[in-house]
Design a protein around this ligand. Structure first.
Ligand SMILES: Cc1cc2nc3c(=O)[nH]c(=O)nc-3n(C[C@H](O)[C@H](O)[C@H](O)COP(=O)(O)O)c2cc1C
Length: 193
């Protein structure tokens, strides 16, 4: 893999690899592990679904969740995606994080099935609950309502300042090409595997 093989725009390159993985039959290619850290530097990571790509990568969640508290205190994140198909690849990125607009969150919320919306409304993500039964009762209490988006549910956009495209090579001599945002564009460096 040479820099010329990749798009000059790393966001477009991420899209190419993501769609190649999907076309090759990778299950859940948009699964993305997002790492945040708390005010006192405690890291944590979890998978989310990559739901949008523009100047950043977008995911949706509960603004009351543990990750959201981290992002309030320290609005920076790192993320990684990994696919086995069509070849073994990994993309890492990191940057600052901003909430999506209410309109963007509404637009995505409107694509969610009613049952998923009820689950999101009934679940105050990352809080301790007594039992699974309580959670199901909270969903059942919503009956057949198709709820509007609660304010505490919405999106985040990671605005990457770095990317790294990794592809498996023979004998563990992998390719790693790192992009760093500079004032006049992206600088690409090859890193030792
Ligand atoms: C493949 C996969 C995709 C997930 N997608 C999301 C998602 O898009 N949004 C979300 O809030 N949680 C998602 N989750 C659940 C999170 O991993 C996590 O349990 C939840 O967001 C709470 O994380 P937190 O306590 O660190 O905030 C997903 C889990 C898996 C395994």
């Amino acid at each position: 893999m040479e820099p010329e093989d990749l798009d000059r725009d790393p966001m477009l390159q991420l899209g190419e690899w993501l769609e190649a993985a999907r076309a090759a039959g990778e299950p859940m290619p948009e699964a993305m592990c997002v790492a945040t850290s708390s005010r006192d530097g405690e890291p944590s990571a979890r998978y989310v679904l990559l739901r949008g790509r523009d100047q950043g990568v977008v995911f949706f969640t509960d603004y009351g969740s543990a990750k959201a508290k981290d992002l309030e205190d320290n609005p920076r994140a790192a993320a990684v995606l990994r696919w086995q198909l069509p070849v073994h690849r990994q993309v890492r990125l990191s940057g600052t994080v901003a909430k999506t607009t209410a309109e963007e969150s509404d637009r995505y919320w409107s694509t969610r099935p009613a049952a998923s919306r009820r689950s999101a409304v009934a679940s105050y993500q990352s809080t301790v609950i007594e039992s699974r039964h309580d959670l199901e009762a909270a969903v059942a209490a919503l009956d057949d309502i198709v709820p509007a988006r609660p304010e505490r549910w919405g999106g985040y956009r990671i605005l990457p300042s770095t990317f790294e495209f990794w592809e498996e090579g023979a004998d563990r001599l992998h390719d790693r090409l790192r992009y760093r945002r500079e004032p006049d564009g992206w600088r690409v460096d090859r890193l030792s595997p």
